[in-house]
Design a protein around this ligand. Structure first.
Ligand code: KG4
Ligand code: ZN
Length: 342
């Protein structure tokens, strides 16, 4: 790899290489000016973890270490960008699995050091918020973002760049976690979310009236009761059609998510209501979220599925905005497994 000249001032930095290794996707991307994606490469480890029914941290770290070099090379190659064109390197520093995070953070710091460009540490949750902006270059805060992933369920008021107010969060399981646990219980394998989404298309969402915890009260969520209700229903009705269970379960989750996002968006008077996180790839959630916004006369933004699940384009974009706001991160920044959004 070639060595670049002196570091460019942060305010001039436009081409950012992003690196994402917080869980089971090894990803790298090249993004210009926080919005224009030149490349986004994702190498999924799902097949490696599927036989264990979930992500095995040690397996994930080793796979990241093997894959990160080729993935970064692919991202630069696809973007047609030379090492010397990269103005900053951003990596997810948390939240996530500590060993997995360290691979991305160490790689990004090493590249920044060798290329003599700024390193930027990125909060993975903030990156999911910024994923919305990748598909809508004109979108500006204030925004309401429903962030639903395997580890988090957050209703966020993005007041401005770098200014977030968490309105509500899950009191127990994250939405994606509920999909994955129910998927595993129904024998659909890992991850359960996409499998339930597919099977639900063949079932009746009205077949079983599963509970909608706290649907019309406050902004917090709870999904563990729903998961238990699914298990109890299947135990009591062993011959039940699995597609009906999948469709009814999905309907209950989506119903609560959309109701709260809609209420928050109208309460706050935002520019748009946006979806983010892996569960935002869910077809029913995407459709009903958009319908709800239309009914309220609000703009909605549902990122393309590739920007909903973990990717590095959102990390590079967040890195660029962070660089403009607060400048580079110190090179002694470490991985922060339990980092929150504040
Ligand atoms: O954001 P993400 O890729 O990783 C985390 O940061 O957690 O989200 C992964 C989660 C998993 O729980 C997966 O089951 C869920 O997103 N997911 C879906 C769908 N695609 C992925 N859930 C429901 N429907 C989908 N189509
Ligand atoms: Zn994520």
């Amino acid at each position: 790899m070639t060595q670049t000249g002196p570091a460019r001032p942060a305010e001039q930095a436009r081409i950012v290489l992003g690196i994402e290794t917080s869980c089971d996707e090894t990803a790298a991307a090249v993004v210009v000016g926080g919005r224009q994606v030149l490349s986004s490469v994702v190498s999924s480890q799902i097949d490696l973890h599927a036989r264990f029914g979930g992500v095995v941290p040690e397996v994930a770290s080793r796979a990241h270490a093997e894959l990160i070099g080729p993935v970064v090379a692919d991202a630069l190659g696809e973007a047609g960008v030379d090492d010397a064109d990269v103005h900053a390197v951003a990596a997810t520093c948390g939240p996530g699995l500590v060993g997995a995070l360290l691979v991305g953070v160490s790689t990004a710091k090493a590249l920044a050091l060798v290329w003599d460009v700024p390193f930027v540490a990125v909060n993975h949750l903030e990156a999911h918020l910024y994923a919305c902006l990748l598909d809508a270059p004109d979108l500006e805060p204030p925004l309401l973002v429903l962030l639903v992933s395997g580890g988090h369920t957050l209703l966020v008021h993005m007041e401005d760049h770098g200014r977030y107010r968490v309105l509500g969060r899950t009191l127990d399981d994250a939405a994606g976690e509920a999909f994955d646990k129910v998927g595993r219980y129904l024998g659909l394998g890992y991850p359960g979310g996409p499998a339930i989404d597919r099977l639900a298309n063949e079932g009746d969402p009205q077949a079983i009236a599963f509970p909608r915890a706290m649907r019309d009260a406050g902004y917090d969520f709870s999904f563990s009761g729903l998961k238990t209700a699914v298990v109890n229903h299947v135990r009591r009705h062993p011959d039940v059609d699995t597609a009906d269970v999948a469709a009814s379960f999905q309907d209950a989750v989506v119903d609560v998510l959309v109701a709260k996002a809609r209420r928050a968006a109208t309460d706050l008077g935002v520019n748009a209501m946006c979806l983010g996180g892996g569960v935002a790839a869910n077809s029913s959630l995407r459709r009903r979220f958009t319908e709800a916004a239309d009914e309220e006369g609000l703009r909605s933004l549902v990122p393309s599925p590739a920007y909903c699940t973990d990717n590095a384009a959102m990390v590079a974009a967040t890195g660029w905005w962070t660089l403009q706001r607060t400048g580079p991160s110190p090179l002694d920044t470490g991985a922060v497994p339990n980092l929150t959004l504040s």
